[in-house]
Structure formats: C-alpha cells, structure tokens
Ligand binder design. Structure first.
Ligand code: ZN
Ligand code: ZN
Length: 361
C-alpha cells in the first residue's frame, strides 16, 4: 500500500480503537477517497482491525482495482448496505461506528436489518479529523489548485468592464482553469456584482457589470482531488467613498487575522481578531459569517474558523481567512486567502495581488 494511504489506514484504525469500536462504516465519498483512493460515485468502506473492504458494484470493479488496489473489493449488485451488514456480522463485529452526517436513515436501516446482532453507533468526524491535517503531498495538490485559480483571477481582472455579464466571467474563469489542468471547479464560482455583491453566496446571473459596481470574485479549482478557494473584490470604473472605506476595513481584518495563523493559534481567537477590526469600525452586523474554514478534498471541511471555535491549529491544517462586509446599499467586499499552517507560521497558497486600497479597473 502506498505509504500515505497505509498511514491513513493505521490512523483510522487507531481512532476506531480509541472510540471503542470494532469497525467503522465509511460512507462519504470524500472520506472513501481519502482512505482508499477510490473515486467512484457509489460505494462504502468497512474498516476492521484486520480488514479493509471496499463495497461497490460492477461498474466500478476495474476502477477500484486501479485506484484502491490494496482494498478487498466486494462486488454487490444491489442493497450494498445489507451486504455490508452481513459481512460485519460474519466477521463477528459487535460495535460498528457510522457517520450520522452521511449515512442515510434508509441505508442505516438496511445495515441494521442485515446484522441484528451488531450494534450501530453514530460517530461523527473520525475521518474528517484525520483529513484536517494534510501531508506534504496533499498541500502540494492544493498549492497546484491555488495556482490555477491565481491564473484565472488575473484573467478575470483583465476582463472586468461595464457590460460584461457575471455569467460570462464565471464561464471564462472555469474554462481557463479546466483548460490549464483542473479536473473541475472546486465549487460553483461566485461572480457577484453591484447589489449582488452584498449576497455572500450569490449565483452568477445575467446581470451586466456597470460603472461603480463592486465585484466579488470567489473562485477555486480542483486538482488531484483537492480544492482551492480564493476571493478578491474589485470596483469597475469608479468607486464610492463608502465602498473604499469598507474595502480598507476588510483588508485590515484579513491581514491581521492571516498574520496570526500559526501552530497553536485558537480558531475562535482568529475569528475575534478579524471581527474586532470590523466591529470597531462600526460594521459588526454586516459580517455575518465565520472567518474561514478548512479546505482539502472538500471545499468546506475541518477546522472551522468560527466565532466560538476552541480548536487549535496545527502544522498541516489548510484554512481560509475570509472576512467580509456586505451592505445592502453599497454592495459587498470579501477578501479570502488560503493558508497552509507550517512549523514557523503559515504559507499563503493563493498569490493573487490583494491591494491595500480598493482596486478600480
Ligand atoms: Zn471562497
Ligand atoms: Zn471559503
């Protein structure tokens, strides 16, 4: 088994033993990929002390052999979770963990009916905890994804002008990243202009950019299964004093929080650091989301940088720092960088210029 995957399997077995379980059902595609390398859309893993099984159907037999050669492949034509239950019972497992955030009630029932003697216990986030600490290979994939989004951001900035639509800009960025080697976009790209920029998760529409608009551009690519995430805000043609003001505040909040990202930093304190800059400027109620989130196989994963986060950052965490101010009248500003926590601080993986004053194009 490749050393990184062998390490991950060891890691999850340790976590399973510490939780007092005999085995674990892994049903989320991101967790399945992380542990086994398998990227099919249908399947589940069963991890026990001495076995590592991948359940899927005929369509994925060859793919599984290629992507997860060390895992025992169990081909199941239908009712995959019933089969998984039977296997658990045959193996003599008594206490089997599952992730209630991912296993549907229907599948859990199917599993339970097939294995009445096996007790099922909800255990959230066992694999996600492992995923939160990235290996150098994983950081390298995220760095590559970030580099593609940097190229797309440069093209977007070039393309900003009155009359161009949000949708065309989003398509342009997606095309550019995929042409340059991204497997996909990491999420539905956000190009939000004018009044739409006040919506943190606006969908790009037919709206044409107009002079005086703020434009929030939140983009990410996926490379070798790993995501990037970055936001920049520009003004088109001209900018109001209000827009310039909130940009300066968000910039300061972003810089201060990003500079504090290092091993030992408490997630909630990073959020407070950025939030206090925005609060002191009088815009507390216009920063309604958390400061940031972990990024990896999924674009939102552990650790979360939220208001009350008690978690402490460690080397290998990859997180965003993305404060924003969203004013219904003026529009919104969000600035987001992606950082990998290193021994002596953090490496900023997203490199697109972030001017200290609102850039106008
Ligand atoms: Zn983002
Ligand atoms: Zn983000």
């Amino acid at each position: 088994m490749s050393t990184s995957r062998a390490k991950r399997l060891d890691g999850i077995r340790r976590a399973v033993a510490e939780a007092g379980l005999d085995g674990l059902v892994v049903s989320s595609p991101a967790d399945i990929f992380y542990l086994s390398g398998f990227r099919g859309s249908a399947g589940a893993l069963l991890v026990t002390r001495d076995r590592a099984l991948l359940f899927s159907d005929f369509r994925y037999r060859l793919q599984a052999a290629r992507q997860a050669p060390e895992w025992e492949f169990v081909e199941v034509p239908r009712r995959l979770f019933a089969r998984l239950g039977e296997t658990s019972a045959e193996a003599g497992l008594r206490l089997l963990g599952f992730n209630p955030a991912h296993l549907t009630c229907k599948r859990r029932d199917e599993l339970a009916e097939a294995a009445p003697q096996v007790e099922l216990r909800p255990c959230e986030g066992l694999v996600e905890e492992l995923r939160a600490v990235k290996s150098p290979d994983e950081v390298e994939a995220i760095r590559a994804a970030a580099a593609l989004s940097d190229r797309a951001m440069a093209a977007l900035v070039e393309a900003l002008r009155p009359g161009v639509s949000e949708r065309d800009l989003a398509l342009e960025a997606e095309f550019l990243m995929r042409r340059a080697g991204a497997e996909a976009v990491a999420f539905d790209l956000i190009i939000a202009s004018g009044p739409n920029s006040a919506l943190p998760h606006a969908q790009p529409g037919d709206r044409a950019l107009a002079s005086g608009d703020l434009v929030v551009m939140d983009i990410g690519a996926r490379v070798r299964g790993y995501c990037s995430d970055m936001t920049r805000t520009y003004a088109v043609g001209k900018a109001s004093p209000r827009a310039r003001e909130i940009y300066r505040i968000v910039y300061q909040a972003q810089r201060e929080a990003a500079a504090a990202v290092r091993p030992g930093a408490v997630c909630g304190e990073l959020d407070r650091l950025a939030r206090s800059v925005i609060e002191n400027a009088g815009f507390a109620e216009y920063f309604g989301h958390g400061l940031g989130h972990g990024v990896g196989i999924e674009v939102h994963e552990a650790p979360r940088l939220g208001r009350n986060g008690e978690r402490i950052l460690t080397v290998g965490n990859v997180v965003t720092v993305e404060p924003g101010i969203y004013l219904p009248e003026t529009g919104g500003v969000r600035l987001e960088d992606l950082l990998a926590v290193t021994e002596d601080g953090a490496e900023t993986l997203t490199r697109s210029p972030m001017p200290s004053e609102l850039p106008i194009v």
